[in-house]
Design a binder for this molecule. Sequence first.
Ligand SMILES: NC(=O)c1ccc[n+]([C@@H]2O[C@H](COP(=O)([O-])OP(=O)(O)OC[C@H]3O[C@@H](n4cnc5c(N)ncnc54)[C@H](OP(=O)(O)O)[C@@H]3O)[C@@H](O)[C@H]2O)c1
Length: 258
Amino acid sequence: MNDARAAALITGASSGIGTAFARRLAAGGYDLILVARREAELRALASGLPTQTEVLIADLASEAGIAATERAIHDCARLELLVNNAGFGTMGRFWETDIEGQIRMHEVHVTATMRLTRAALAGMVPRGRGGVISVSSVAAFGQAPGNVSYCATKAWINSFTEGLDMELRALRSAVRVQALCPGFTRTKFHETMEMDTKEIPGFLWLDADRVVEESLRGLERGKVTVVPDWKYKIGAALMKHLPHGVKRRMGRPGGDRV
Ligand SMILES: NC(=O)c1ccc[n+]([C@@H]2O[C@H](COP(=O)([O-])OP(=O)(O)OC[C@H]3O[C@@H](n4cnc5c(N)ncnc54)[C@H](OP(=O)(O)O)[C@@H]3O)[C@@H](O)[C@H]2O)c1
């Protein structure tokens, strides 16, 4: 890697929001380390980017995958940005779903995010510069029948990020952390979880490039929670303040469908 350039590590770079981060950051001059399981997709992406790009094939639901990614972070003294983006959803009532999928979701969304952030901040805080973006969801602001673990793991990301922000600000550190909370975004996400998206109105869909733009603008401004698009900003603010009893009544029709 070029010693003079800033570097970023992006997990889940093989499609969707992760690929959009990779393209946008490479266009902005960052060297990249791209992490995911699908090698062909990562190599195809890397070959079209204008800056130096390394590919790391890792399953972030496994100890070996997380440890290899931690090592890549430790070994990169120029790491300016970590994007914890890898993630997936599952469908179905919690007690009826395959427990392996639920465990993997906690490994990818919670354990990997926690360990990689720890590895990144251990270098960034002494250097006095850098940032960590963790891709959460508007699902973090509520609960949805059929997606209970998804909402809970994303709520963890928001809480973790807000706590880190408090620690960093108390130190007067210039290092920034952000929980990025998109709504419906056109990626492979829904296809992978076999979700029928026909009933989701077109105006609710976001474009991954736009999500990334809002995230990076928010990072520059030191925003700890970024909810792209005004419709979702209003929705997230409402969800945060609704009493649980009201949310429960709203959730009932969805609960019957799962
Ligand atoms: N799309 C939406 O509507 C939406 C809304 C809110 C939040 N989000 C969040 O956005 C993030 C990115 O999702 P996306 O929408 O871009 O979906 P996507 O197109 O399905 O991309 C998901 C990425 O995560 C990676 N990934 C999944 N499991 C992994 C594992 N065990 N180890 C390593 N990488 C793994 C996938 O790579 P490999 O399969 O190659 O490993 C892929 O690159 C996720 O955290 C998701 O929860 C999405």
